[in-house]
Design a protein around this ligand. Structure first.
Ligand code: SF4
Length: 489
């Protein structure tokens, strides 16, 4: 089947780096001179797999099943991340009874790796269809199925002949394809276009806006974004989390396209602009008042609804200003380190600025030319000396830095920082509202709480060993990075 969107990887985007470190000023200057190059880690802890993000993006599509064509291990993350998150999401929607998520592994074994696994894939697809009668079957490749040359496109084609009423969407999301796991999102959105929407071109619906959003959004945040868009006269079609077939088919009918952050859906929105002429904007994540202002204003500008947006912003800000000032009395001047995904981390850093905190270090999976302006914007809150550590995961670097900086607060997934006794807050909250003006208060109160009572982390630090040997903390955190300027050929 001819695909309108060809597979692309994000590693080739202008100025892409996933291994770099330096002050905000140093990275900004290099980007401006077009000389920011990716460095190389001679030692790495694991990075996130592309396949996991394709899985995350599509797992919740209603009336679908997902076949992971792989050994068991590749779907291990499904139960830890994708399914747990989906169950929480369904609980918040009051949909506990709406059935399990349907992720099925072909469980490739030694025999299939030697003799080929297409037969196993077809048997699995048949069993899945008999059991669930889905409208859409996603078939996700893995490293092993790609290495042994299993042709998931050809298998999908044969299945189409056998089940003409079912949509088959093969996705080439094997982990070795890209070092940028956001590639997995692009491949997932591309599959919706290539195999579900195809050439459909429904008439435009007035006021309809597609909001492309990752799986990490809580239901509360979805509702908040819908509320904000409704306030400026727009109806949001949130994609693809928990979408129905009908929602997917409405994508080309939207008048506008936006995304929840700088990373998600930008490539797909560019495609939609080219194919359907749908205008779009790439903006920040609406965490914190300033970022929410910017998010809403750029959408309002896109849709010509600036007046409605300004009225809404003034009203919402007035409701939260007094409490923000109150919280700020406790947070002013505190020193903070942040570890988060690129879009969420950037927004969190602006929020810390609003609460008067000083950013010491931000740990971000990627830095590329497209995000340079967003990092530069942080300088108005935090100056240009804060450290940017570009790394997808790599907790050994993070913990070395956090131990040296000894911040008053750490923002991010805190498992290992908690053991240092430092107060920690995470903002990737699948359960609660973190977006918009009221999210500012929720996060501010959460920070207040951990500052008031950090006893749990203090006790952890007293009764547990640090995550790494003492000798590691005396080393340079970037000991295992070879910077391009240091390499003499
Ligand atoms: S697809 Fe490859 S990188 Fe991803 S989990 Fe499977 S083996 Fe690991």
């Amino acid at each position: 089947m001819e695909r309108a969107i060809k597979d692309k990887i994000r590693d080739t985007r202008a100025g892409f780096t996933d291994a770099q470190a330096g002050s905000a000023a140093a990275l900004r200057d290099k980007v401006k001179k077009n000389c920011l190059k990716n460095a190389h880690r001679t030692f790495e802890q694991g990075i996130q797999c592309v396949q996991v993000n394709s899985m995350n993006a599509l797992v919740s599509i209603q009336d679908s099943v997902m076949i992971i064509h792989a050994p068991y291990g590749c779907s291990a993350c499904a139960s830890l991340g994708a399914i747990e998150r989906l169950n929480i999401y369904k609980h918040h929607r009051g949909e506990e009874e709406s059935g399990e998520s349907r992720i099925i592994s072909t469980a490739l074994g030694e025999k299939e790796i030697i003799l080929g696994g297409e037969k196993r894939l077809e048997e699995t697809v048949r069993a899945a269809i008999d059991r669930h009668h889905p409208k859409i079957v996603f078939i996700l490749a893995s490293c092993s199925s790609a290495i042994i040359g299993d042709d998931i496109d050809a298998a999908a084609e044969r299945m189409r002949e056998e089940y003409p009423d079912t949509i088959f969407a093969p996705i080439h999301c094997e982990g070795f394809k890209s070092r940028n796991h956001a590639t997995g999102y692009d491949l997932a959105l591309g599959a919706l276009q290539n195999y579900v929407i195809r050439d459909a071109a429904p008439p435009k619906e007035k006021g309809l806006i597609n909001l492309f959003a990752t799986h990490s959004l809580s239901y509360a945040d979805q509702l908040e974004m819908k509320r904000m868009l409704r306030a400026i006269g727009l109806e949001a079609n949130i994609m693809p989390y928990h979408a129905t077939y009908e929602d997917i088919m409405r994508i080309p009918a939207a008048e506008y396209n936006i995304s929840v952050c700088q990373i998600f859906g930008d490539e797909y929105m560019a495609f939609l602009h080219e194919k359907y002429g749908t205008p779009y904007t790439v903006t920040c994540m609406p965490i914190g008042s300033d970022s929410t202002d910017r998010w809403l204003r750029s959408i309002a500008k896109l849709c010509g609804r600036e007046e409605e947006a300004e009225t809404f912003i003034a009203r919402e800000r007035a409701e939260v200003t007094a409490e923000i000032e109150e919280i700020r009395k406790k947070t002013e001047g505190l020193r903070v380190c942040i570890t988060a995904g690129t879009g969420r981390g950037l927004a969190a850093a602006t929020l810390m600025g609003e609460y008067g905190m000083q950013l010491l270090c931000i740990h971000t999976p990627y830095y590329e030319r497209a995000y340079a302006e967003d990092f530069e914007r942080l300088e108005q809150y935090h100056g240009d000396e804060f450290l940017i550590n570009v790394a997808d995961m790599q907790p050994y670097e993070q913990i070395n830095l956090v131990r040296k900086y000894k911040p008053d607060l750490f923002i991010g997934m805190a498992n290992w920082v908690s053991r240092l006794g430092i107060p920690t807050v995470h903002i990737l909250d699948a359960k609660r509202p973190t977006f918009g003006y009221h999210g500012v208060l929720y996060l501010g109160r959460k920070i207040e709480d951990v500052l008031d009572n950090n006893n749990f982390n203090k006790k952890l630090s007293r009764f547990t060993d640090p995550p790494f040997r003492e000798s590691w903390y005396r080393e340079d955190a970037f000991k295992y990075i070879e910077f391009p300027e240091d390499i003499v050929s």
